[in-house]
Design a protein around this ligand. Structure first.
Ligand SMILES: Cc1cc2nc3c(=O)[nH]c(=O)nc-3n(C[C@H](O)[C@H](O)[C@H](O)COP(=O)(O)OP(=O)(O)OC[C@H]3O[C@@H](n4cnc5c(N)ncnc54)[C@H](O)[C@@H]3O)c2cc1C
Length: 312
């Protein structure tokens, strides 16, 4: 038994050469040299301090629903936070980073709180959702987060909403490596049956527009119009320009790429911004589709698409 393995066991369950395909919504990903599942946020912090102190290579996995893990072995430690603790008091929801976003949405609805019904359809953990400022149905995490407990460089501290620098699918954590440990949301009081209805409507809308196969959700960010010059916007429908962003799925569709297939991966016929794993696809398959899409969209629209997913 090597020393690192023995040490890691102090913090959670450890597996060696665990295939990440078992832990990602894509069902894709090569093995991690060490995979540690931590059930408690305090142990999580201790583990991060230990890894930083030892200079070990590591990365965090939440629900694995916004990542593409490459096929080759990850030569380091992948830490999955599974602490699902949630406390709802008055209008404040406090959740550990490993709590599923869907569960927070459901518990909030049960508690008669409104503002997070859109979370019923978003897979993954609240930690991952805060990092990427996840959103749907016109809302996003920035609208409800009041405070975040963060680990960075051996220190644990709190950041208030305004310090998280939330932007479209963006936050300070994407840039400074801060790890989200706990999250506080502030919601409004609502009528339970209206909230249930709204959540069902959101789910219904999602089912009608998104493919069911294994995926990581939207591959690319939509394109903000304020990043583009007037000349380029001439080729874009007015309704998108008025809304302020161009759906990446529309750009992909305009390039005739729906149904485009490499190996066992395919651009969804239902939604151009989803690349689905038809069964047995490799990260290589997905990445070669990603490259082709970026190239074609650039050639046709002079737009550089930016990945929303995180590639490990
Ligand atoms: C079918 C489907 C539908 C989706 N629909 C939506 C949608 O409507 N809106 C939307 O925004 N997204 C959507 N997604 C994408 C995804 O669900 C969200 O981005 C989600 O919030 C990711 O959370 P996660 O825990 O799975 O993150 P992971 O995929 O595990 O990780 C994503 C990134 O966050 C980092 N990370 C994870 N946890 C932490 C933490 N505690 N602290 C710091 N960094 C962390 C990881 O290192 C990685 O870089 C969808 C995905 C799927 C598969």
């Amino acid at each position: 038994m090597d020393q690192l393995y023995t040490q890691l066991k102090n913090y959670g369950k450890v597996k060696i050469d665990e295939p990440m395909s078992k832990h990602t919504s894509y069902k894709i990903g090569g093995p991690a040299k060490y995979f540690v599942v931590v059930e408690d946020v305090n142990k999580f912090i201790e583990l991060l301090k230990y890894l930083d102190g030892e200079g070990e290579r590591y990365m965090i996995l939440g629900g694995g629903s916004n990542v593409l893990v490459k096929d080759e072995r990850y030569d380091g430690v992948i830490v999955q936070i599974r602490d699902q603790n949630i406390i709802i008091k008055d209008q404040i929801v406090e959740a550990s980073a490993g709590c599923p976003t869907v569960r927070i949405a459901q518990e909030s609805i049960k508690a008669g709180l409104t503002g997070f019904e859109w979370g019923v359809g978003v897979p993954g953990t609240i930690g991952g959702a805060v990092r990427g400022n996840a959103g749907a149905m016109g809302s996003d995490m920035s609208k409800t987060v009041t405070k975040v407990e963060v680990y960075r460089d051996g220190e644990v501290f709190e950041l208030h909403n305004e310090d998280c620098t939330f932007g479209y699918r963006d936050s300070v954590f994407k840039h400074d490596g801060g790890v989200i440990v706990r999250v506080w949301l502030k919601l409004e009081k609502g009528e339970n049956k209206d909230l249930q209805k709204k959540a069902l409507m959101y789910m219904d809308q999602r089912n009608k527009t998104q493919p069911k196969g294994n995926s990581s959700g939207c591959i690319f960010k939509n394109v903000e119009c304020n990043m583009m010059n007037a000349e380029l916007l001439k080729n874009i429908p007015a309704e998108f320009v008025e809304r302020g962003f161009i759906p990446a799925g529309w750009l992909i569709d305009q390039c005739g790429l729906k149904g485009y297939r490499v190996g066992n991966a395919e651009v969804s016929e239902m939604h151009g911004n989803f690349i689905v794993n038809l069964g047995g696809a490799t990260a290589e398959d997905i990445l070669s589709i990603v490259d082709r899409i970026k190239e074609d969209v650039y050639t046709k629209f002079s737009i550089n698409l930016e990945e929303e997913i995180f590639i490990i």
